[in-house]
Design a protein around this ligand. Structure first.
Ligand SMILES: [Fe+2]
Length: 193
C-alpha cells in the first residue's frame, strides 16, 4: 500500500500548498489593452501586480483536468476595478468550474453572440462556465479576490478573443460600490473611439 499526502488547498486564502506549484504573475504593464484607461496605464510609472495564478503542474492528455487558483489584488486602474485578462477556451466547447474562496467580486461571462451574464463571487460561491463562453474575474472589493478553478486539460486559452471581440461591459467604481457600464459608453466618456 502506498499512502501519500496530496496537495493541500487552504480554502480561506485559496493558497495551494504542494510541490511544483506553478505561479504566473500578471502585472499592469503586461496587460496592455485590458483596461479602458490606457492613458493611466501608460503613465503608471509604478508597475504593480494585478493578479497571479497558482496551479498544479499542467496536464496535457485528453480527458485530464487542471486545477488552479486566481488571486486578484484589490485596486483600480483609472476608475476600473482590477480584473483578469479574460479568455475564451481555445477549444471553445470546453466548460470550466470556478469556486469563490476569499474576497468579493464578479464573474463576467459572455457568449459568442455577445450575451453577457454576471455572477457575484464570494467565499463558497460555485460557478459553472459553459462552453463557448468567455470569462473574466473582477475584484470589486477592497481585499484580495481568490477563486479556485477546474478545467479540462485540452481546453487551452484564447486571449485573442480580447482583441477580436472583447467584453461588452466594464465594471467601474461608483458611489454605490460598483456600476456595470457598456464598453462603448466607457470609450465615449474617455474620448476614445
Ligand atoms: Fe477558462
Amino acid at each position: 500500500m502506498n499512502l501519500s499526502i496530496p496537495p493541500i488547498i487552504n480554502y480561506q486564502t485559496g493558497k495551494i500548498d504542494a510541490e511544483n506549484v506553478i505561479t504566473k504573475i500578471a502585472t499592469l504593464s503586461s496587460l496592455e489593452g485590458v483596461f479602458a484607461d490606457e492613458v493611466k496605464h501608460i503613465e503608471n510609472v509604478q508597475d504593480r501586480v494585478i493578479y497571479q495564478v497558482e496551479m498544479l503542474p499542467a496536464q496535457q492528455a485528453e480527458g485530464e483536468l487542471n486545477f488552479g487558483v486566481s488571486h486578484i489584488e484589490p485596486g483600480l486602474v483609472g476608475n476600473e476595478f482590477h480584473m483578469t485578462r479574460g479568455h475564451i477556451h481555445q477549444r471553445k466547447e470546453q466548460a470550466e468550474f470556478y469556486f469563490g474562496s476569499q474576497g468579493e467580486g464578479l464573474l463576467l461571462m459572455q457568449t459568442e453572440q455577445g450575451d453577457v451574464s454576471i455572477e457575484k463571487v464570494f467565499p463558497g460561491s460555485i460557478h459553472h462556465i459553459p462552453g463557448f463562453v468567455a470569462h473574466r474575474l473582477i475584484n470589486t472589493g477592497d481585499t484580495r479576490l481568490s477563486a479556485l478553478a477546474v478545467w479540462p486539460a485540452i481546453a487551452g486559452h484564447n486571449y485573442e478573443f480580447l482583441k477580436e471581440v472583447g467584453f461588452k461591459v466594464r465594471v467601474l467604481k461608483s458611489a454605490m460600490g460598483y456600476k456595470i457600464v457598456s464598453t462603448n459608453e466607457v470609450y465615449k466618456h474617455s474620448g476614445q473611439v
